[in-house]
Design a protein around this ligand. Structure first.
Ligand code: F6P
Length: 367
């Protein structure tokens, strides 16, 4: 069956490059003669049309997507609450029940005669996309996340921008840390994977990098700092991924998971700073980069990857493909079945040459 109309949505945490995907996909769809619509805030435009002046979806035209490729965020809005497969239903007795609202999405597409969906998101959104495809919707996924923790793609867009900004922050922290002979502990986003911490930590000259993949011993990190002091390098930079933990320790969680919402990580930076300050006696400060690494314009790498993903998603639909994700198999894009991606996570491999580079350069990983 030919395509006349498609919809695009963005789900989960935003990442620089989302707008570039939207632009390329819209222009490519228009070139095929298709109408293109953007759904508001993940699937909220479908569930709560009354909340939106435009009824929850916006017609994407050439004009609407002009001048957006370089903008961070998403013009469609996004949410990482209210997964449609595990939607929180608040009961009169105060409890919250999980319900599956995916049938409402299928009905919406049928009613609006929208033939296919391009779903741009991370593991959560791609798992939803896979479930919708299994129910018969034509879906192509586009991998997004600053965390770079999606499997079956060389990288996700958003990651390079996050690493570039985090590296610049580390460059800036070197000078102030050195001037005061301080210990600086920098906490980085990344959920359960250490990609942002590892790549920015090595590029930005960190002296210790603590990753979720390598539970750490703070005595080993403290020893590294003491050694630097002995060599006359009285300052140190320690990068800590938000999902890192001490050997036999717990994850540092800011807010526990709720129905339809994942747990929020954070706080490990301050814990590490306090412990290291005690062990080394050094004047110590903590910096949490947090959402700063998620904002701003995409780097040219991310922008180009995002534009290529958007156009490739439309090519997949035009070729009759569904239930696949566009992926970067450097130097080309390829398509992988969504079932190989849904519910999987890509951690930093312990034998990666990037990690080995850090070890070869004498960076401590606390192990
Ligand atoms: O997945 C991207 C990410 O930025 C993680 O690195 C971080 O743990 C999480 O999202 C934060 O999400 P929120 O937007 O709920 O603060």
């Amino acid at each position: 069956m030919g395509i006349k109309r498609i919809a695009i949505n963005t789900g989960g945490g935003d990442a620089p490059g989302l707008n570039a995907v939207i632009r390329a996909a819209t222009l490519a769809a228009i070139n095929h003669g298709w109408e293109c619509y953007g759904l508001r805030d993940g699937f909220n435009g479908i569930f709560f049309p009354e909340r939106y002046e435009d009824g929850g979806s916006v017609r994407l035209t050439r004009d609407r997507v002009r001048g957006i490729a370089h903008l961070g965020g998403t013009i469609l809005g996004t949410t990482n609450r209210g997964n449609p497969l595990k939607y929180p239903l608040h009961m009169p007795d105060g409890t919250v029940k999980e319900i599956d609202r995916s049938d409402e999405i299928i009905e919406y597409f049928a009613k609006k005669q929208i033939d296919a969906l391009i779903s741009i998101g991370g593991d959560g959104s791609l798992t939803i996309a896979h479930a919708l495809a299994k129910k018969g919707l034509r879906v192509v996924g586009v991998p997004k996340t600053i965390d770079n923790d999606l499997d079956k793609t060389f990288t996700t867009f958003g990651f390079d921008t996050a690493v570039a900004f985090a590296t610049e922050c580390l460059d800036r922290l070197h000078t102030t840390a050195e001037s005061h002979q301080r210990l600086m502990v920098v906490e980085m986003m990344g959920r359960y994977a250490g990609w942002i911490a590892l790549h920015s930590g090595i590029s930005g000259g960190a002296h210790a990098i603590l990753l979720p993949e390598i539970p750490f011993d703070l005595d080993i990190v403290a020893e590294k700092i003491r050694q630097r002091d002995e060599y006359g390098r009285g300052y140190s930079l320690v990068v800590v991924a938000e999902g890192a933990r001490v050997i036999d320790g717990q994850l540092s969680v800011l807010a526990a998971a709720e129905v339809g919402q994942a747990e929020r990580l954070g706080g490990i930076g301050e814990q590490v700073a306090r412990a290291l300050s005690k062990k080394t006696g050094k004047d110590t400060r903590t910096v949490v980069l947090g959402h700063l690494v998620r904002g701003g314009s995409p780097t040219s790498f991310d922008r180009l990857a995002a534009l290529r993903f958007g156009a490739a998603a439309v090519r997949a639909l035009a070729d009759g493909q569904s239930n696949v994700m566009v992926s970067l198999a450097h130097p080309n894009v390829q398509y992988v079945p969504l079932e190989q991606v849904a519910g999987r996570m890509k951690a930093v491999p312990l034998d990666s040459d990037t990690l080995m580079t850090g070890r070869d350069m004498g960076i401590s990983f606390g192990d």
